[in-house]
Design a protein around this ligand. Structure first.
Ligand SMILES: Cc1ncc(COP(=O)(O)O)c(C=O)c1O
Length: 451
């Protein structure tokens, strides 16, 4: 666009003043602002240099470990007792105390700490009874670790279409259960903390006598009608990998109210020779009877170091969720206003009583061409904001990339959504104003891509 720019300023007139962009620099970003410009006597039409906003902060910045977490870890290291069972009794175990803190928060009866959420899902499927070749229905849109865990357990993944709000489509679940009457397991994954209509999902599973299992890797802190997520299924799993609500680098937890599943997962993880007595959140010894001879020990336990880091983080979950949500709502309304008609940010499912928006997703409008989508992403990347497209060729959340567990159907609804669905982290350690800068980069990149 051509604008008139000033060559020499001689007079000021409020009535005649117009706005022009100037650049302001701060430690974190370059921001564009507009100020009244002095009227010029001699004017000429030229193309002004495009003034763009840049982000300098790291979008992958994880949350630091609080002082208590650091001190707990030092104590564990000083004692040398990093193996979870190298304690006199359960109450002395960092891992057992951490499992207790998790169950106190989520309201589950039992919890087993593991080395990752992928391991937790694998063991959940094994404890649920998945045998080689058994079909397991799951979201077509989730992270590759989910079909990987199904493959690890010997199951065959069958995918259910996800909708534009990134959740499993309830009607499509019914279609798949009808088409696969031999399928007895549904593993729902609450991608990016988004919950489907969980009452409806559970009702469909019950109608087809399929066991519902939940991947809550992203939904720690998310509540459904006042109760923590992960209670519709027979069991659930959470993650403490660095980009989740708990950060221990790597880590995961299995959660259930079911005696057998809790005992089986603790045994598979490596509670051999009666070591279950060193847990605080597993069923009594009778539930373990004979299990350590029947079930293999896959050695997937959590280390005391990870647990020491995690435990103090549990009590701050709701407080952090509040901060995330406040920033998210502001960013959502700014983007919806400034990029109206170009993108939509789907609402959460009614029934979610507390979301956790530690990232934002939006769908680019249908009239934006694939080439413009690519240009938009390139513009964002070039300006310091690596917006990810779920449908990108290299994205591990794009089902076409799961060659190890391929989809049998083309999944057109999910494909359409993935091709326009963008994903951005909202790092907790950033400042409030950085999210306004983020909106600037997104809006300017859309502008540039659509020129
Ligand atoms: C939806 C989902 N489920 C499961 C996992 C596995 O978690 P972990 O990395 O702790 O194994 C991830 C990992 O990011 C995930 O995104």
């Amino acid at each position: 666009m051509t604008r008139v720019v000033m060559l020499a300023a001689l007079a000021v007139s409020a009535a005649g003043a117009f706005q022009t962009p100037v650049m302001l620099r701060s430690a974190t970003a370059t921001r564009r602002v507009t100020v009244p410009q002095v009227l010029a006597t001699k004017m000429v039409a030229v193309d002004p240099p495009r003034v763009r906003t840049f982000i300098k902060k790291d979008i992958k910045q994880p949350d630091p470990i609080c002082q208590t977490g650091q001190e707990n870890t030092m104590k564990v290291m000083q004692s040398g007792r990093m193996y979870r069972y190298n304690v006199g009794k359960a109450e002395e175990s960092e891992v057992s105390l951490c499992e207790k803190a998790i169950t106190d928060y989520t309201g589950h009866k039992y919890c087993v700490a593991l080395n990752s959420c992928g391991s937790a899902i694998f063991l959940m499927l094994k404890a649920a009874g998945v045998k080689p070749g058994d079909k397991v229905l799951s979201n077509a849109f989730t992270f590759g670790a989910v079909p990987s865990a199904i493959e690890h357990a010997g199951g065959t993944a069958v995918y259910v279409e996800s909708n534009d709000a990134y959740v499993m489509d309830t009607e499509e679940l019914e279609v798949q259960l009808k088409a696969n009457p031999d399928c007895k397991y549904v593993l729902i994954s609450h991608m990016r903390g988004k919950l489907a209509d969980m009452d409806a999902i559970k009702a469909v599973c019950d109608r087809y006598e399929a066991m519902l299992l939940e991947d809550c890797a992203h939904s720690l802190g998310v509540y459904w009608k006042g109760k923590h997520s992960g209670h519709h299924g027979k069991a659930a799993c959470i993650s403490s990998q660095s980009y989740k609500m708990l950060n221990s680098g790597e880590g995961g937890f299995f959660l259930t109210d079911d005696d057998y599943m809790a005992a089986a997962v603790a045994t598979y993880a490596g509670a051999y020779e009666g070591l279950s007595v060193k847990h605080l959140t597993v069923p009594p010894l009778e539930a373990f009877k004979g299990l350590s001879n029947k079930l293999p020990n896959y050695s997937l336990r959590m280390s005391a170091l990870a647990a020491a880091v995690i435990r103090p983080q549990v009590s701050t979950l709701d407080q952090r969720a509040e901060k995330y949500n406040e920033r998210y709502e502001k960013l959502k309304s700014e983007l919806s206003r400034r990029a109206k008609g170009l993108l939509t940010v789907p609402d959460v499912t009614p029934g979610v009583s507390q979301p956790v928006h530690d990232s934002i997703q939006f769908n680019l409008a249908d009239h934006i061409t694939p080439a413009q989508v690519d240009q938009f992403l390139a513009e964002c990347h070039a300006h310091g904001l690596p917006v990810e497209l779920f449908g990108a060729k290299s994205n591990a959340r794009n089902f076409v990339n799961w060659e190890f567990a391929p989809a049998q159907d083309p999944l057109p609804k999910t494909s359409k959504m993935l091709a326009r669905a963008c994903d951005v982290r909202l790092p907790l350690m950033w400042d409030d104003e950085d999210f306004h800068t983020m909106a600037d980069v997104i809006v300017e990149s859309l502008d540039a891509a659509l020129m």
